[in-house]
Write a protein that binds this ligand. Structure first.
Ligand SMILES: Cc1cc2nc3c(=O)[nH]c(=O)nc-3n(C[C@H](O)[C@H](O)[C@H](O)COP(=O)(O)O)c2cc1C
Length: 147
């Protein structure tokens, strides 16, 4: 199964840690959004980033808008201060509207020092931690078992 993982990770590199662990588990290619042009050669594509104002990074959203994803198996992941999986819903909705077939959604907490949080030393310090990364790896392996 040829897999591509697209990741944008700008605040603290939190989501990149998750993307690297998933890419390792899936022997996937890993790319930033700007480097993706044609995904026709991939059986499975993962889209992930930090959550910024309740959304995935703009580069991910813009990439999804411009790609042909009809019938493509896709998954979504994120890190955020809160770590809620429901924060992936907007991107999942966009992917469905593009005709893609979502097969999974993963989220965990990520160190967050945005705005006033900085003054208290941030939240979710040390996340993603090894436990989060183990969960990310298990999630990725589960995608292979599904195929
Ligand atoms: C501008 C900005 C907005 C953010 N908005 C949210 C948010 O709406 N909800 C949340 O839970 N975390 C929010 N965060 C925290 C990030 O999602 C979190 O730190 C994430 O792990 C960053 O991932 P990255 O290091 O891969 O960029 C925000 C952070 C920044 C810098």
């Amino acid at each position: 199964m040829k897999t591509l993982i697209v990741c944008e990770s700008h605040h603290h590199g939190n989501t990149m840690k998750v993307a690297l662990r998933m890419a390792d588990a899936l022997s996937a290619d890993l790319s930033s959004a700007a480097d993706v042009a044609d995904v026709s050669g991939y059986d499975l594509i993962g889209f992930g980033s930090g959550i910024y104002f309740n959304k995935h990074h703009e580069e991910i959203l813009n990439l999804v808008k411009r790609l042909d994803l009809s019938g493509k198996r896709v998954f979504v992941f994120s890190t955020s201060g809160m770590g809620f999986r429901l924060l992936n819903r907007g991107l999942l909705k966009m992917l469905k509207e593009k005709g893609a077939v979502p097969v999974g959604s993963f989220a965990c907490r990520g160190y967050d020092t945005f705005g006033p949080l900085k003054t208290i030393g941030g939240i979710a310090r040390r996340h993603p931690n090894e436990n989060d990364l183990k969960k990310a790896e298990a999630f990725a392996r589960g995608l292979v078992d599904q195929s």
